[in-house]
Each structure stands twice: as structure tokens, then as C-alpha cells.
Design a protein around this ligand. Structure first.
Ligand code: GAP
Length: 516
């Protein structure tokens, strides 16, 4: 780990200690690839989802105008996890949503083919020595490096995918004792299967959705027919998706159950590239606005050879997580999907999904456009809420040995689960009563945006430390002077600085600082 880098172990410990994220089914030993949110994590994730909802649906792009010179318009839907199985045939997920995997016959471990790398001699051939395979960012990386350096001196890394399969006989798998235990790569479908109804026969097979996006395409016609939306417009959908990831890892980053917030923005094909650029830039700005500014956030435009055959552009908003550093991990993908999805569903469902645009087409003799039927093109900003929460926690995690808590969370006030805490300096002399009254007043005023905490246990230093770790931006303390002159101290989480303000100004102070 580079000096000054944040330790993922320390971040995970804080998440557990303060009730942000717990292992799912922990008392039964946990279940791989599933994570639960504790009280603070649940509220943080809700705040992130609501920030997305407000800035994408209620007041899209903060009221800005799009490339057509009009305000951006979006509506929500909420679609089900289980859809007709044909939805996933049409979308290509049943046939093509596969990861190529290699199995280790000795350890019974399964690895994603494109995630395995191999140490080979930096020059010359290996002779009778094996090639040492490892998974990046796992203990096998250092273990195998030691062995490889002992065998070859100087080593270099190559991806397993670049090796001829015939050479697998010479590869020592990450945790194996014997050489040659890796199988050839095989496809592994990521869709979770389930059965509808009691008989559970093959005819009743269904799938848990692997993305929220398809629910939007499937309801596109209903939204057009039942509301007054006109192209260009977006439809947003948030909720849980499932992928039977072969190697869930890096805390919540690659989970088997996770939440997405996706928008499909429908527009005329001739305007789609402009809208793609618009959404790509807005989404980057949005993540910056909620606290991920700086060099840990990048927008990466895909190379031409990375694009799907139907796409005219894809970019990823990527964050430098401690486990990807110095590299980056995807937070959100913004894709120009053309008319691929509507066309697929039109063909498979035999339902006309073309849109009639009365503002286009040749002019009729009366000077009015005759209208045009077309399949809209789609721009898809697809964000992961769990990855968003993880990025916010990693970014906010700050070490400072000089403080009562040597670590604290610098969360953006809009996202922090607890907006403020109220403490009596000591639990006597009438201070708890004054503090309880202020706590009740502030709760009444702010319950819509987050929690207001009350704490009278332990020393004041320990209480500040607890709130710093929870990412609470402000703490109000009632002390002896409060009883004399009705002022309280207000402590700023990031600077540790304390000011005195009138107790009757505490609510307005929060309104100004929280921007609510
Ligand atoms: N509809 C397009 C789509 O689903 P994606 O890039 O596969 O695109 C979008 O997923 C986002 O969902 C990702 O950028 C990521 O934030 C999140 N995501 C995908 N797989 C995930 C997983 N296994 N665990 C957590 N988040 C995941």
C-alpha cells in the first residue's frame, strides 16, 4: 500500500463499528457477496438515492437546459425484480450475460478468466519451473510474487487470457500445490434463477433482474401512451438488481445483490450524440457535487474497440478506491445505446414501440409537419448506489491523530445520515433538559432530511469522536454558560473549531449549512 493510502481494513472496521455496513447473515457465518446496511448506512444510502431522484427526476440537471435549448424532462417508474423471462431473452442477458471462468481442479476455487494474471520470467523461458498465477489485489498476489522471484529473479506479469490454453499445464493456480490444475475457460451465466408458483417445473423458470434498465424499455410504450411526455425525455428507475458474480469481492463493490439508479433518456437519433455528451458531462459534475471532487474521480471515455456494436459512445465515471489504487473502479456507466433495446423488445414482443413525433417530417400543404415514426435512441446513465455509498465513505475517511477520534468521515452535509448532534456537557445541573428541548426542536425541523442525535453518555471528547466517525457535520453542546446567556457551542466536524451562537439560532444555522 502506498504511503498515506487509506486502509480498506480500517474503513471496513469503521463501517462495522459505527453501524454503516454489516456482513449479511453474520451470526450464521455470513453469505458471500451480500451485505446489509446498519442504521447509519441505511440512511446514507437513502440520502444518496434521494439526491439522485431529486437531481435526475424532480429537477433534472438542476434545472439546466439540454442541447435542444429546453429544460430537461424526466419521469420515474418503479418496475419489478421479476419480469417475463422473455424480457431477458430479448435483452440478450439469457444468451449472453456470461463471464468466462476457469476452475482449479485441486482447490475447487473458481476464478474469472479475465481477472487472473500470471508471473513469468522477465526474459527467457521458464525451463521446468511453473508460471505463477494470482488474482490481483488478493493475498495470492504477494504469495505468488515471492515464489516467482525466487524461481526467476526478475519477473513480469501477463494476463492469463493472453496465454495459449495449452500452456495452462505449466501454470500453478493461485492457492494450489500442484501445477496444471486450471481448467480451460468456460462460460458462466450471471442470472439468478427462480421459479414462479408451487410446481417449480422448468416451464415456471424466471430470473431476478440483473439491471433495472430493462423495466424502463418494457414500459416505454405505456409511459408514452398514458402521460404527456414528448421526446426528448427520460425515464428513471431505481431498485435492487442481482448478479451471480463469480468472484464477489472488495467489500460491497462487487456484490451479488445491489441497488442501481438508472435513467434511459429517449431522443431523436439525429440529436443522440449531443445528448450523450450532455449526460456524460452532467453525471461527472453530479458526483463531484456530492463530495467526490478531486483527483480520485475521473471520466473515462471508452476506446472504439471497447464499444458494443450498437454504441456510438460509452464513458465511465470511475473512482480511485483504496483497493483499485493507483487504478480506478467504475461507479457509473453512461452509454449511447442507440435503438438496440427498443428494437429487441419490439421484435420479441411483436409490439410496435415506435414513437410518433408530430413535430418532425415533411411539411404538409397546410405548412405543418406531417409527423415522423421512429425508434428513439437512448442515452443511459447507469449508476450503482452501493458503489456510490462505498466511494463516499472511502473519500470521506480521513485520518487525524491529533483529534479525539484519530479517524473521521468527511461526508458532504447533504449525504450525512446524522445532520447534527445535541449534547449536554454534563448530565446534571439542568443541562440535559435544555439539550433535550433543543434536540426535539431540531428533530421536528429536520426529520425529513436526516437524523438529529442526542447523547449524554461518556466524556464530551468521546461523544465528539463518535459523531466524527459517523460523519455528523455539526455538534451543539449545552454547557454552564447556556444556562446563563442562552448560547450554545457549535462544533464543526472538519475543523474541530467551536463557536458560540444563540440557542434560538441553532435551527437557522443548520438550514444555512445544510442547504435545505
Ligand atoms: N443497464 C446498464 C448496466 O446495468 P452496468 O455497468 O452493468 O450497466 C451499472 O451497471 C452500475 O451498477 C455499475 O456502474 C455499478 O455501479 C453497479 N454494479 C454493477 N454490478 C455490480 C455489482 N456486482 N455490485 C455492485 N454494484 C454493481
Amino acid at each position: 500500500m502506498a504511503e498515506g493510502a487509506k486502509s480498506m481494513d480500517a474503513i471496513m472496521a469503521l463501517c462495522k463499528r459505527r453501524g454503516f455496513i454489516y456482513q449479511a447473515s453474520e451470526i450464521y457465518g455470513g453469505i458471500n457477496g451480500f451485505w446489509d446496511y446498519g442504521p447509519l448506512g441505511a440512511q446514507l444510502k437513502k440520502n444518496l438515492r434521494e439526491a439522485w431522484w431529486q437531481d435526475m427526476i424532480m429537477n433534472p440537471c438542476w434545472g439546466r437546459k439540454g442541447p435542444n435549448g429546453q429544460r430537461v424532462r424526466c419521469v420515474p417508474v418503479e418496475t419489478r425484480i421479476v419480469q417475463h423471462p422473455k424480457v431477458w431473452e430479448a435483452s440478450g442477458h439469457v444468451g449472453g450475460f456470461n463471464d468466462p471462468m476457469v476452475d482449479c481442479k485441486e482447490t475447487k476455487q473458481r476464478y474469472r478468466y479475465d481477472h487472473v494474471s500470471v508471473y513469468v520470467p522477465s526474459s527467457g523461458d521458464a525451463g521446468d519451473k511453473p508460471f505463477f498465477a494470482f488474482m490481483k489485489d488478493s493475498p495470492s498476489e504477494t504469495k505468488q510474487l515471492k515464489k516467482a522471484e525466487k524461481a526467476f529473479g526478475q519477473v513480469r506479469t501477463v494476463p492469463l487470457t493472453s496465454m495459449p490454453v495449452t500452456d495452462f499445464a505449466k501454470v500453478l493456480a493461485p492457492d494450489a500445490e500442484k501445477v496444471g490444475s486450471l481448467t480451460e475457460p468456460r462460460q458462466f451465466n450471471l442470472m439468478f434463477k427462480t421459479y414462479i408458483g408451487a410446481t417449480a417445473s422448468e416451464d415456471d423458470k424466471a430470473y431476478l433482474r440483473p439491471e433495472t434498465a430493462q423495466g424502463i424499455f418494457v414500459q416505454f410504450k405505456n409511459v408514452v401512451d398514458t402521460t404527456r411526455v414528448k421526446i426528448p425525455f427520460g425515464i428513471g428507475n431505481t431498485g435492487t438488481s442481482f448478479r451471480n458474480e463469480v468472484t464477489p469481492r472488495n467489500f460491497t463493490f462487487r456484490s451479488r445483490e445491489f441497488d442501481q439508479a438508472e435513467l434511459e433518456f429517449f431522443c431523436h437519433p439525429s440529436e443522440s450524440v449531443e445528448w450523450y455528451k450532455f449526460w456524460r458531462d452532467f453525471r461527472m459534475e453530479w458526483w463531484k457535487s456530492i463530495g467526490l471532487a478531486g483527483e480520485n474521480l475521473i471520466l473515462r471515455e471508452h476506446e472504439k474497440d471497447e464499444l458494443s456494436h450498437y454504441s456510438q459512445g460509452t464513458s465511465d465515471v470511475e473512482y480511485r478506491f483504496p483497493f483499485t489504487a493507483p487504478g480506478f473502479g467504475e461507479l457509473e456507466g453512461i452509454a449511447h445505446r442507440g435503438d438496440y433495446d427498443l428494437k429487441q423488445h419490439q421484435e420479441h414482443s411483436k409490439t410496435k414501440l415506435q414513437y410518433f413525433d408530430a413535430t418532425r417530417g415533411e411539411l404538409a400543404p397546410n405548412g405543418q409537419p406531417k409527423g415522423e415514426w421512429y425508434l428513439p435512441h437512448c442515452i443511459e446513465p447507469a449508476a450503482g448506489l452501493d458503489r456510490g455509498v462505498l466511494a463516499l465513505i472511502c473519500e470521506g475517511y480521513t485520518k487525524d491523530e491529533t483529534r479525539p477520534s484519530p479517524e473521521f468521515l468527511k461526508l458532504h452535509p447533504r449525504l450525512s445520515p446524522i445532520k447534527a448532534a445535541v449534547f449536554p456537557l454534563v448530565a446534571k445541573d439542568g443541562m440535559p433538559e435544555v439539550a433535550e428541548k433543543l434536540h426535539a426542536e431540531l428533530t421536528e425541523k429536520f426529520w425529513r432530511v436526516g437524523m438529529i442525535d442526542f447523547d449524554e453518555k461518556q466524556s464530551i471528547g468521546k461523544r465528539y469522536a463518535r459523531m466524527d466517525e459517523a460523519g455528523t457535520p455539526f455538534c451543539f453542546t449545552i454547557d454552564g454558560q447556556t444556562l446563563q446567556d442562552q448560547t450554545v457551542t457549535v462544533r464543526d466536524r472538519d475543523t474541530g473549531k467551536q463557536d458560540r451562537i444563540g440557542i434560538d439560532k441553532a435551527g437557522q444555522f443548520l438550514v444555512d449549512r445544510l442547504g435545505v
